[in-house]
Design a protein. Structure first.
Length: 136
């Protein structure tokens, strides 16, 4: 999840700046996995937009266990009922974005210029996925 403005920036610039995790000291892409519940108390900085990525790597369900010290490359970890992380390792250079969602409440808050940008990005995505570079 992110704000519509962040989504536009990510897709337009082809750059995803990774979240710095102060608890684990690591960095990665935090998100949610389709079909799994989202914790209502989850603290999320930006809301209103969701990037939908295609993932071809491993899926590791940790249950309630904490993230391990050593993370496997090309893996997405599910932790608890609502958190997922793709660890940022040297082998992770890009993610494949195949779609996005803008929630109605967020769409009502953005201007016409951003709506036009979103329309153009959706048109581009309908033809081909967008590869987004991952940067720490």
């Amino acid at each position: 999840m992110c704000s519509p403005q962040s989504l536009i920036s990510i897709l337009k610039n082809g750059q995803f700046n990774l979240h710095q995790d102060s608890i684990y000291g690591g960095i990665g892409i935090y998100g949610f996995i389709e079909g799994y519940p989202v914790c209502p108390n989850q603290s999320i900085v930006g809301r209103g937009a969701e990037l939908v990525i295609e993932w071809e790597g491993d899926f590791i369900d940790l249950g309630t266990k904490p993230l391990p010290i050593s993370l496997n490359p090309n893996s997405i970890y599910r932790q608890g009922a609502s958190r997922s992380i793709i660890p940022a390792l040297p082998s992770l250079t890009s993610i494949k974005v195949i779609d996005f969602t803008i929630h109605d409440f967020a769409l009502r808050k953005i201007g016409m210029r951003d709506r036009v940008r979103l329309h153009r990005l959706r048109s581009k995505l309908s033809k081909n996925p967008i590869l987004v570079n991952v940067a720490a």
